[in-house]
Design a protein around this ligand. Structure first.
Ligand code: FAD
Length: 385
């Protein structure tokens, strides 16, 4: 049996590794000539970590992960702590550590695990067709690939999604802009072993440790869509948006490198329930695009990969049947993640300022119990428990 995987991102590479592990031949086609992931880093929560562990990357992943032993919120303007608690109860409950990693390093680990020389770069799919017994993908260079089935992991702007759904879906702007990057750890800004977040006015500034003595940082600001983007004004823009904020935030703005700081207008897609058309299946952001507010988009793609491979390996009624079972096992789970993230997004970014003010207030009495319980529920809803 041979699979064609379209897209060499987190979803595509995880599924290529998973399918190959279950004895299926795999060819991977990636549009770009060189991978440049959007975003500097990513938090892989234990549900995602368990999937990568199961795919044989436990040791390699551990080396990339930062030590996120504590979590803390601070008032953005005064800098005063609102709450701080240990992540140990979460680790204890779910049996695995969260793993914040630099994206380029995660991407390299996935590609190297599959075999870099086997990923076919510079191959942009423009058309997909099905014959009675297989699939044909046509690329923009007029070449074609054939296989028994096709996994469309071509991301949030997926062209294959339109083929599967027979309609084009618009992405929904979530109402805020996110700047992110990596910076050397400076304990004057935040403790090295803590996920630290400053909040106020529907904005946030967050720092998460990754390996190599670096913080993954991000700034969120509610803004209209379509404002001009200009690297040369990144520091001035952030200084303006965070005027009057606490000293660590000012120090962070001073420390960032605008040339490696990404600016992303955050979107998601209304959840839908068709991921499969015959022998073609959507996976990752192509199937479920979410805001990053609970850090689960990439983790969900890893879950998809594990479920896809195990469903194909454990059923005997044919490929089309197995793909429909994959769809049945994933639709509700990912819908839940997208809607949870959207809800969190709205509270964090002051869609209703009164609700956000209540949340800020509730943080003052947060012991960690409520926050960690919510995270554990999300994590334990994954395919590996
Ligand atoms: P992508 O990573 O987008 O990969 C798709 C690949 O397909 C790309 O390499 C692209 O070049 C290729 N491609 C596209 N079109 C074609 C074509 N026609 N032919 C061939 N190849 C094609 N998730 C988490 O789990 N934790 C986090 O902390 C987190 N933080 C985030 C922060 C931000 C700011 C953002 C924007 C997202 C975050 N996410 C996070 C979500 C995560 O990045 C995505 O869910 C994940 O990258 C999806 O992987 P994917 O492989 O489905 O898509």
């Amino acid at each position: 049996m041979k699979a064609i995987v379209i897209g060499g991102g987190i979803g595509g590479m995880s599924s290529a590794i998973a399918l190959e592990k279950s004895g299926i031949d795999v060819e991977v086609f990636e549009a770009v000539k060189e991978m440049k992931p959007v975003g500097a880093a990513i938090s892989i929560w234990p549900n995602g970590v368990k999937c990568l562990n199961a795919l044989g990357m436990k040791t390699a992943l551990r080396e990339l992960g930062g030590n996120m032993a504590y979590m803390a919120y601070h008032d953005g303007t005064t800098g005063a702590p609102l709450t701080r608690f240990s992540m140990a109860p979460l680790v204890q409950q779910v049996g695995e550590y969260p793993c914040p990693v630099a994206r380029a390093e995660l991407q390299a680990m996935l590609i190297d695990t599959f075999g870099r020389e086997r990923v076919q770069f510079g191959k942009r799919v423009i058309q997909v067709e099905q014959t009675g017994s297989g699939v044909i993908a046509t690329f923009s260079d007029n070449t074609q690939a054939t296989g028994d089935f096709l996994i469309a992991a071509d991301g949030t702007h997926s062209v294959i999604r339109e083929y599967v759904l027979e309609q084009k879906l618009e992405r929904r702007y979530a109402g805020y802009v996110n700047w992110n990057g990596l910076v050397t750890i400076d304990e004057k800004i935040a403790p090295a072993d803590q996920w630290t977040t400053f909040v106020g006015d529907g904005k946030r500034v967050s720092l998460m440790p990754v390996s190599g003595n670096r913080f993954y940082f991000f700034f969120d600001v509610p803004l209209p869509k379509g404002l001009p983007q200009d690297r040369s004004t990144v520091k001035a823009d952030l200084t303006g948006y965070f005027q009057g904020w606490a000293e660590p935030v000012q120090q962070l703005i001073a420390a960032i490198n605008p040339d490696t700081t990404n600016r992303v207008e955050i979107h998601d897609i209304e959840p839908f329930s068709r991921f499969v058309k015959g022998r073609v299946a959507l996976l990752g952001d192509a199937a479920h695009s979410t805001t990053p507010d609970i850090g689960q988009g990439g983790c969900a793609a890893m879950e998809d990969a594990v479920v896809l491979a195990s469903t194909l390996a454990s059923h005997s009624l044919g490929i089309e049947d197995a793909l429909l079972r994959y769809q049945a096992r994933r639709v509700e789970r990912v819908k839940d993640l997208v809607l949870k993230a959207r809800k969190r997004c709205d509270v964090t970014h002051a869609r209703d300022p009164a609700i956000t003010a209540e949340w800020y207030d509730s943080l003052k009495s947060e012991t960690g119990e409520r926050v960690l319980a919510g995270m554990c529920e999300t994590i334990e809803g994954g395919p590996l428990g």
